[in-house]
Design a binder for this molecule. Structure first.
Ligand code: XIL
Length: 343
């Protein structure tokens, strides 16, 4: 009896995987019909080493973003040295499989290489290094990356929600480092979509007001084209009126929007009820994006629970945040996303 049940479970999981593999209901096909982009962050290790990772990525997504490979510490091992060897693996994979590529990220308070954070640089030198970095990276990826997170997470979490002054960039250059980064990016490649990306600024509130003001100022100077909402949120989270209000005011500035790093962390242990609540969160978030004309894309931060930053980040308290499980089987969240795309 037990063996029969196991077999039945294995068969139905297998059927689900096969159905997805048949391409009938893949996320990317459904999204394309809605002229929408559905994607995920990609880690280079499994991209190179795991067939199932590659297969799932190319079957399901029409946009992707490197989880770490385009960050400064990896791309810029020394002041006079760039290393694109890891980054290019993703750029090649994306091009070969007709997957759009977002760049993440040119300027951030984290992933600053040691030679930079430990060095002594004047404001002018730091600006020069930033300019070199942005120009070289954008030229390298010209025609391959369609949108870049130029600056990531520049605004403090606490009142008065000022530009971070405790990062290498903020300390060495001052608060105008944000605008400078956008100026350098615009000059390096006028054809790409320039994003400001932030967390904890999805609804209405002090931090999202600060993002709005920053984007408004940059927009007046024609320096920004998009705003990313990271959306690292707990299972059960749903967008509501405050999110619609924020999306609408940003949309009025003429910028496009994307959810750039979605995951719904489940407080451990995971239960079937929590997986269902997570599915509801995924469904409602995707439905929300589809109902807001400014939203062009939704990307999850990884796609399989086998490779997700959540367990490490939460020291094991949270996990199972993505739409495929650790065996690459679609979870209830996957079906919920398909459902949202069908409606
Ligand atoms: C995280 C990666 O997932 C980790 O592997 C890395 O150790 C640290 O960075 N917001 C961002 C992302 O903008 O770049 C972060 O990615 C997660 C939070």
């Amino acid at each position: 009896m037990l063996r029969a049940m196991h077999r039945c479970l294995a068969v139905s999981a297998c059927l689900l995987t096969v159905a997805a593999a048949a391409g009938e209901a893949s996320l990317r096909e459904m999204a394309a019909k809605r002229k929408f982009l559905v994607g995920a962050a990609v880690a280079i290790g499994p991209l190179v080493n795991e067939t199932e990772y590659q297969d799932t990525l190319k079957r399901e997504f029409n946009i992707c973003v490197p989880e770490n490979a385009f960050k400064m510490a990896g791309l810029r091992p020394a002041r006079d040295k760039f290393d694109f060897s890891q980054a290019d693996k993703l750029a090649e994979f994306a091009a070969a499989n007709n997957i759009k590529l977002r760049g993440h990220t040119l300027v951030w308070h984290q992933s600053v290489p040691k030679w930079l954070s430990d060095g002594k640089f004047s404001r002018d030198e730091a600006l020069q290094i930033m300019k070199e970095h942005i120009t070289t990276v954008l030229q390298h990826f010209k025609g391959k990356v369609y949108a870049w997170d130029v600056v990531n997470e520049a605004i403090h979490d606490k009142k008065p929600y000022a530009i971070r002054d405790d990062s290498f960039w903020g300390k060495t250059i001052g608060a105008d480092y944000v605008e400078k980064a956008f100026e350098f990016a615009r000059a390096a490649d006028p054809n790409i979509i320039l994003y400001y990306n932030e967390y904890g600024a999805e609804g209405m509130g002090g931090k999202s007001d600060a993002v709005y003001e920053l984007v408004k100022k940059l927009r007046e100077k024609k320096l920004v084209d998009g705003v990313g909402w990271q959306c690292h949120v707990p299972c059960g989270w749903k967008p509501g009126d405050a999110h619609a209000q924020n999306a609408e005011r940003l949309g009025k500035l003429g910028v496009e929007l994307a959810i750039t790093e979605l995951d719904f962390a489940i407080k451990q242990p995971t239960t079937p009820e929590k997986l269902q609540a997570q599915a509801d969160s995924y469904r409602d978030t995707l439905k929300f994006c589809l109902s807001q004309p400014a939203f062009k894309a939704l990307l999850t931060w990884g796609f399989t629970d086998k490779h997700s930053w959540i367990p490490g980040f939460s020291k094991g308290k949270n996990g199972d945040a993505l739409v495929f499980d650790a065996q690459y089987k679609p979870k209830p969240a996957y079906g919920a996303m398909i459902e949202a795309l069908k409606q």
